[in-house]
Design a protein around this ligand. Structure first.
Ligand code: NAD
Length: 488
């Protein structure tokens, strides 16, 4: 059984309701040990072609089902994933490096909820109508699914973000070809095993695994995929826009962030400090919504910094399956090196690293010595122009700087290319409202972080994306609208 437990997990593509082996494979690592433990299909044009063909063939039947029929199937799928929640959570933690606690309480419950949410919301849409009595006319809109949706997702919240696309796409009556990140493909493959039992007809959900430049690009370039929903980096999004331009594809792009926290001197620090620690370091700082620039008003700057660093030092980093651990491993060796290089650059520029990387030592359990771990790192006195204050680091690194006035901090917060999520901390309602209105950010959380109502729009401004997702927004993206005019 020892040999058995060491055997590699081998994934297969899921096309037309069947698992299909691939001719070549990619190694996938367990980030907490550094071992190769899984092999992921290295799909290309051929596999994408077969998946698109299956999705096209399934479209007429699936799109003609009533919203209620589709809703019931989505609910069944939610129940099946929930039934296996623990197995999914274990797999996600092993594949991604995140703590089992995070996978168990955030990733998988949200994947379940994504299906339940769209199973419900699809039943409640109405279309528009306008009368033009003097002309004897009535206008109304009608919505229909678009066709085969191409869905491309990243590695940080694997099943959570993939289902956030699959659920609305199929609820609206589209069929899909999904391409998860090559680094985190396991939970998507596990979900495929449940589709038939949930009653999802063959070909409605197809999953091709593989690299972005090969499988992902084949999907983006396929002429029979009129719509691409992508979550990932801004750089990849630019490539996707270029490649889809000849086909004028409909794109939804959820991209990176460089999110500010703005903390005024009347903030309730007993709430602000623990929440800002989470917003900086949750999921190893690998959430697009994570805080990475903390602006603190001068009067409370020293106190904030002292308390924040003291709390950051208490975070336990180590084996993701240890329930007492706050932070697991980063996704890959390359990513760890990249994140570390930002800390080195900050030091070289004269900033002060107050805790974490290069300052404190990290003791890891024997089995995790080769894992991709680093400590939560807080940097102070970083210049606004520094790459650490401008570029998305996407790891457990956060910069703290002082500010004086409201006017000044709004300008500094807005002075990056991104505009995804901001937090504002103050007990002055008027100020909170004024600042929130002026921030260039798709989401502004005041006196909280990551509190979401899926009904409302989610997405970024500027280089953080194009389009929004949510009950109404996803419905609009995944359907084509038509205006019909009737004259008596
Ligand atoms: P990435 O852009 O490298 O990859 C994302 C996906 O795109 C992967 O599945 C990848 O294989 C695929 N891909 C890569 N090149 C491609 C190409 N040429 N054509 C088609 N597909 C291609 O991003 P990542 O490193 O996996 O994820 C981290 C990034 O995602 C960060 O920038 C983060 O901020 C962003 N993100 C954004 C949100 C959001 O909702 N705004 C959520 C999570 C993550």
């Amino acid at each position: 059984t020892m040999a058995h437990s060491k055997a590699l997990l081998v994934l297969e593509n899921f096309i037309g309701g069947k698992f299909v082996p691939c001719s070549s494979y990619i190694d996938s690592y367990n980030p907490s040990t550094g071992d190769v433990y899984c092999r992921v299909p290295d799909s290309g044009k051929e596999e994408v072609e077969a998946a698109v063909k299956a999705a096209k063939a399934a479209f007429p039947i699936w799109s003609s089902k009533s919203p209620l029929e589709r809703s019931q199937i989505l609910n069944k799928l939610a129940d099946l994933i929930e039934h296996d929640l623990e197995a999914f959570a274990q797999a996600e933690s092993k594949d991604q490096g995140k703590t089992i606690t995070f996978a168990r309480t955030v990733d998988i419950p949200r994947a379940v909820y994504n299906f339940r949410f769209f199973a419900s919301s699809i039943l409640h849409h109405t279309t528009e109508c306008a009368e033009m009595a003097t002309m004897g006319c009535v206008h109304y809109t009608s919505r229909a699914p678009v066709g085969v949706a191409g869905l491309i997702s990243p590695w940080n919240l694997p099943l959570y973000l993939l289902t956030w696309k699959i659920a609305p796409a199929i609820a609206c009556g589209n069929t899909v070809v999904a391409k998860p990140s090559e680094m985190t493909s396991v939970t998507a493959w596990m979900m495929c095993k449940l589709l038939e039992k949930a009653g999802v007809p063959h070909g409605v959900v197809n999953v091709v695994f593989g690299m972005g430049a090969k499988a992902g690009e084949a999907l983006v370039c396929h002429p029979d995929v009129p719509l691409i929903s992508f979550t990932g980096s801004t750089l990849t999004a630019q490539r996707i826009m270029e490649k889809s331009a000849p086909h004028c594809k409909r794109l939804s792009l959820e991209l990176g962030g460089k999110n500010p926290a703005i903390i005024f001197d009347d903030a309730d620090l007993t709430q602000c400090i623990p929440t800002t620690l989470r917003s900086s370091f949750a999921n190893q700082g690998e959430i697009c919504l994570c805080t990475s620039r903390i602006f603190v008003q001068r009067g409370i700057y020293s106190e904030f910094l002292k308390r924040f660093v003291a709390e950051a030092k208490k975070w336990k980093v180590g084996n993701p399956s240890d329930p007492t651990v706050n932070m697991g491993a980063l996704i890959s060796k390359e990513h760890l090196e990249k994140v570390r290089s930002y800390v080195k650059k900050a030091q070289a520029e004269g900033a002060r690293v107050l805790c974490g990387e290069g300052v404190d030592s990290l003791a890891l359990p024997t089995g995790n010595q080769k894992g991709y771990f680093m400590l939560p790192t807080v940097i102070a006195e970083v210049k606004d122009e520094s790459c650490c204050m401008q570029e998305e680091i996407f790891g457990p690194v956060t910069c703290v700087v002082a500010f004086d006035t409201e006017e000044e901090v709004i300008e500094r917060a807005n002075s990056v290319k991104y505009g995804l999520a901001a937090t504002v901390w103050s007990s002055n309602v008027g100020r909170v409202h004024r600042v929130a209105q002026r921030l260039q950010s798709g989401l502004v959380w005041t006196n909280c972080w990551l509190v979401r109502d899926l009904n409302l729009p989610f997405g970024g401004m500027k280089a953080s994306g194009i389009g929004r997702e949510g009950a109404k927004d996803s419905y609009e993206f995944f359907t084509e609208v038509k205006t019909i005019t009737i004259k008596h």
